[in-house]
Design a protein around this ligand. Structure first.
Ligand code: ADP
Ligand code: RBF
Ligand code: MG
Length: 383
């Protein structure tokens, strides 16, 4: 703790924020996959999402060149770009804001913190993409596209240009970036850099960043001398509620056995979009069991770093002592708030202690009117 505080006090304080767009504020990844799937199939090839990391953070030309080469396409990079451009334009209206993006922009804007948007995409595409998100354009005093500087990220040009247009010293700028080229660019510009990797299990690659967080929900602006978020309530962050349900299935078989904490697993089939949309982490809400009633619930979503699972799962612990198992029963969940990112732990005991702490936080918070109103939602009883 003391060591952490000492590091925090050495952190350079900033006065403005420079944000990347794709993968940082916007969930563009799915769109890229859709477009490449369509165009590659026209060449009789099959897009394999595994190449996603190769194009992340590249300029559009570099990304296209990588795909043309990897798939040995019988066309030039320029031709390929002209084929996919209209497919992308058609998709821009479908790109969702990433969790925490609207919250962050509103917060910084309300506190008068100057913001710039710096993306490798051409300015015209940036403007088109953000036009579908209310209030975004007016949040930024500066918007810089890849076509406005000589070299895109990982070169620092774009960030230096942003600082200049904001009339700020580079050392007063905080860069928020999801990609490695973006982090490299931010450090080359001698700025503070927070990385929010958009692909899972990649955080170990981001050693150049000043901090790596799991999602924008975990950003603590006060660490950088910016005004803190004011929406946390008793250790919890209220969310727009989301709903998920189905029959209880067998999990990894270690919840009760290894941890003494049973988790009633739901099948993730049919929920892959919903699951991909929500960052891994510890959440809480209400659980309805068809024949038993409605109970408080705390859960983790993710890869359980302590066990290093290969699959993203939902692990709901119902905060009630049952005398028996209820496999096969219909379980309905309403998730109303967020507690913390998933973490690794030095020992099983410390993981267990942390989960019990999460349980206490959820137990207490769910009494607040803000959260308790959802326990009467018909979704919990409609099975
Ligand atoms: P699995 O790996 O199959 O999920 P667990 O050890 O995690 O096994 O146990 C989960 C099962 O325990 C649930 O599917 C449910 O049938 C039962 N169970 C009993 N009490 C609870 C509780 N409070 N919360 C969640 N599941 C519970
Ligand atoms: N697993 C982790 O590896 N890291 C965590 O931070 C973590 N947090 C959890 C929080 C809650 C409230 C619950 C119910 C589970 C959490 N787990 C975490 C998952 C735990 O490891 C999982 O339930 C077991 O692996 C059972 O499969
Ligand atoms: Mg379980």
């Amino acid at each position: 703790m003391t060591e952490k505080m000492a590091t925090a006090s050495l952190t350079k304080l900033v006065r403005c924020v420079i944000l990347d767009l794709d993968g940082t504020l916007l969930n563009t990844d799915g769109i890229v996959g859709n477009v490449l799937k369509v165009q590659l199939s026209r060449y009789g090839k099959q897009w394999d999402g595994r190449e996603a990391h190769k194009i992340l953070g590249k300029t559009p030309f570099e990304a296209a060149a990588a795909v043309v080469e990897d798939y040995q396409l019988p066309c030039s990079t320029i031709e390929f770009i002209s084929q996919i451009s209209p497919l992308f334009s058609d998709q821009w209206c479908n790109i969702k804001a990433l969790p925490g993006a609207n919250r962050l922009l509103k917060h910084l804007k309300n506190h008068g913190v100057p913001m710039a948007l710096a993306s490798n995409s051409p300015k015209e595409s940036i403007e088109a993409k953000i036009s579908y998100h209310d209030g975004w354009k007016s949040s930024f005093s500066v918007i810089i596209g890849g076509d406005e500087v000589r070299t895109g990220k990982p070169s620092p040009d774009m960030f230096l240009e942003a600082a200049e247009r904001l009339s700020m010293e580079p050392s007063s700028c905080l860069v928020i970036e999801d990609s490695l080229p973006g982090v490299t660019a931010g450090k080359a510009a001698e700025m503070q850099v927070v990385a929010v990797p958009s692909l899972p299990k990649q955080s170990h690659l981001y050693t150049a960043a000043d901090e790596v967080i799991n999602s924008l929900l975990d950003l603590r602006p006060e660490k950088w001398g910016l005004p803190p978020f004011e929406d946390w309530v008793d250790g919890t962050l209220p969310l727009d509620p989301w709903y998920i349900g189905g029959p209880v299935i067998k999990g990894f078989g270690r919840g009760s056995k290894v941890l003494g904490i049973p988790t009633a697993n739901l099948s993730t089939k049919g929920y892959s979009d919903l699951l991909a949309e929500h960052p891994s982490g510890v959440y809480f809400g209400w659980a309805g069991l068809s024949s038993r009633g409605v109970f408080k619930m705390v859960m983790s979503i993710g890869w359980n770093p302590y066990f290093d699972n290969k699959e993203k799962t939902i692990e709901p612990w119902i905060l009630y002592k049952f005398d028996e198992d209820f496999y096969g029963e219909e379980l309905r969940l309403i998730i109303v708030g967020y507690i913390r990112p998933e973490a690794n732990f030095p020992s099983l005991e410390s993981l267990i202690a942390k989960i019990h702490e999460d349980g206490e936080i959820a137990e207490k918070a769910l009494e607040l009117p803000l959260y308790s109103s959802y326990k009467n939602d018909p979704y919990l009883r409609s099975s």
